[in-house]
Ligand binder design. Structure first.
Ligand SMILES: CC(=O)N[C@H]1[C@@H](OP(=O)(O)OP(=O)(O)OC[C@H]2O[C@@H](n3ccc(=O)[nH]c3=O)[C@H](O)[C@@H]2O)O[C@H](CO)[C@@H](O)[C@@H]1O[C@H](C)C(=O)N[C@@H](C)C(=O)N[C@H](CCC(=O)O)C(=O)O
Ligand SMILES: Nc1ncnc2c1ncn2[C@@H]1O[C@H](COP(=O)(O)OP(=O)(O)OP(=O)(O)O)[C@@H](O)[C@H]1O
Ligand SMILES: N[C@H](CCC[C@H](N)C(=O)O)C(=O)O
Ligand SMILES: [Mg+2]
Length: 486
């Protein structure tokens, strides 16, 4: 059992009403989840203000409240703590509630627009293979030493996050590799965590619905590095335009990796084939199972981080050469008549360009590339025409379809995408709202040797339409269609 006085250690509050000697059973920031004895943290959200639910939380059994403004009516039986920013406070109290688990293991955070899941997953697989007990917090799933725990977010909320970290500590984990999304940084989900290292992959267009401008998006990512402690490492992709910016104000040890520029950790692509990458990493030449230039960056980031974590170079490279990446990233299947189907999570303009340029680089002859692609609803609208344009520039045929329309009209999302298409390419484009039909049509258009890329949903096992999630799996669809093709 924890007392409020323990939980608020290190928390800067402007006012305390009460004695802080309450026993606290749980930390809750959603009034609908309050249980008797909860500490309710009122957070201002993007849709509603948690302050409006304080009285409801108290009615349902909350015994203490952290807030930025006191409600009009306060009861004497409940402790109130006033803070400047409740979301920051939520991070601190969550870490305290679970006895600061992040300080008891080596926590590595990965941030950037693309590659976070791949890098974090590879690190998790690598360190597990090297004999360590590890944890993973990722978009695809969370893992504690082999046990899979479903993920709802790329970076969980502070309570869930510290709970998972404390389970990792309990199970004897030495390391945790986690994705740090820009939403998580902006919403202070990672406040109160002690990081051993931070890794930056790249920064390109995404999430401008949330961050509004690219400068704000960049600032969110940079904050992660600004707040790393001096004994941590800050590892950046120096080939990225903003790689150096990330390190500008960090107190951590600055380290760089890159394929093009001078860097602490360097690699060169010797071969880039469908079967894998042949890289020269520092002075070693090694074959890897992963495909594409962007994965050369991901592999190099993982290698550099493992070196910074003082692992043996030969052991790292030997293990890394055997590993495959995260689910739904360049997963492929070949039909009996030799059509290649690829499922990839590319859902930003840069990722679409990378995956398609990789397919171009590694295809053997003049096989046609047919791309099936949609864009998520209730997300950055400005990336829609760009993703469609990029898909068209790099494909022989494109079928625009639905991703997760969420609350939006799927046909309107497709119309937003069509805006980006050059009129000359229109006749090579089809728009089919039903994703299943779109994938089927792409496969019917394909001839032996052709490549069908199904982009955007990767590992996802659902499609969300009008707020309802139904089972949908791109790879399952392809497998189903391919078994009937002869
Ligand atoms: C835009 C965004 O990030 N939203 C997150 C945010 O919700 P919000 O700001 O809309 O919250 P709100 O509904 O306005 O409510 C404000 C507060 O009132 C509370 N409330 C609300 C109603 C009520 O009856 N009682 C009550 O107490 C809420 O619990 C909340 O604390 O805070 C919630 C609680 O932590 C998150 O679940 C929610 O994630 C939503 C579901 C989401 O979709 N987030 C995505 C965009 C996201 O975070 N994605 C990134 C990855 C992106 C990438 O892959 O690059 C991620 O890390 O997963
Ligand atoms: N280093 C990289 N640079 C550019 N694109 C990449 C890189 N790594 C992966 N990609 C592309 O981006 C897609 C998403 O990769 P991944 O899931 O690793 O990124 P992420 O940063 O975790 O994404 P999210 O923000 O959705 O969690 C991949 O399917 C691939 O198309
Ligand atoms: N984590 C990302 C995933 C987007 C994946 C795409 N399939 C979509 O649904 O838009 C987000 O929430 O923005
Ligand atoms: Mg991810």
């Amino acid at each position: 059992m924890k007392y409020l006085s323990d939980i608020i250690e290190g928390l800067a509050f402007t006012e305390l009403q009460g004695s802080a000697d309450m026993e606290i059973s749980a930390i809750v920031f959603d009034s609908r989840k309050v249980i008797p004895g909860s500490l309710f943290v009122a957070v201002k959200g993007t849709v509603v203000d948690g302050h409006d639910y304080i009285l409801q939380a108290i009615n349902d059994g909350a015994v203490a409240v952290i807030c930025e403004e006191l409600p009009a009516r306060v009861t004497g039986e409940v402790d109130f703590l006033m803070v400047a920013d409740s979301s920051v406070a939520l991070g601190i109290v969550s870490a305290n509630f679970y006895d600061n688990p992040s300080a008891k293991l080596k926590l590595i955070g990965v941030t950037g627009t693309n590659g976070k899941t791949t890098i974090a997953t590879l690190l998790y697989k690598l360190f597990s293979d090297l004999g360590y007990k590890c944890g993973l917090l990722s978009t695809v799933e969370n893992q504690i030493n082999g046990e899979v725990i479903p993920a709802t977010h790329t970076t969980p909320d502070p309570v869930e996050l510290n709970k998972l970290l404390s389970e990792m500590v309990e199970k004897g984990c030495d390391y945790c590799f986690m994705e740090v999304s820009s939403h998580a940084i902006a919403q202070h989900r990672i406040v109160g965590l002690s990081f051993t290292g931070g890794i930056f992959s790249n920064l390109t267009h995404d999430h401008l619905d949330y961050h509004k401008t690219f400068a704000e998006y960049l600032k969110a990512k940079k904050t992660f590095f600004d707040e790393l402690p001096s004994n941590a490492f800050a590892l950046t992709n120096i080939d990225d335009k903003n790689g150096n910016v990330m390190l500008q104000n960090t107190k951590a040890h600055k380290k760089t990796y890159g394929l093009k520029s001078m860097a602490d950790y360097k690699a060169r692509i010797l071969e880039n084939q469908f079967e894998g990458l042949f890289l020269q990493i520092d002075s070693d030449e090694v074959w890897f199972k992963m495909v594409g230039t962007f994965n050369a960056y991901n592999l190099l980031a993982v290698y550099a981080a493992a070196m910074l974590l003082e692992q043996d170079k030969t052991a790292i490279l030997t293990s890394l050469s055997k590993l495959t990446g995260a689910k739904g990233r360049f997963d492929y299947i070949v039909s009996p008549n030799k059509i290649i189907g690829i499922v990839d999570y590319a859902h930003s303009p840069d990722a679409v360009q990378n995956i398609l340029s990789t397919i171009h680089d590694i295809r053997k002859g003049n096989e046609k590339v047919i791309t099936v692609i949609g864009c998520g609803g209730d997300r950055d609208k400005t990336k829609r025409p760009i993703m469609a344009k990029t898909a068209c520039e790099w494909s022989d045929r494109v079928i625009l379809t639905s991703d997760n329309p969420r609350s939006e009209d799927p046909a309107q999302i497709i119309r937003d995408m069509e805006e980006g298409i050059d009129p000359a390419f229109k006749r090579f484009t089809l728009s089919i709202v039903d994703r299943r039909e779109a994938i089927k049509t792409a496969c019917m258009l394909a001839k032996p040797g052709d490549i069908v890329l199904v982009a955007g949903k990767g590992h996802e096992k659902y499609q969300e339409v009008k707020g309802v999630r139904s089972h949908f799996d791109d790879m399952e669809e392809l497998t189903d269609i391919f078994k009937d093709i002869v």
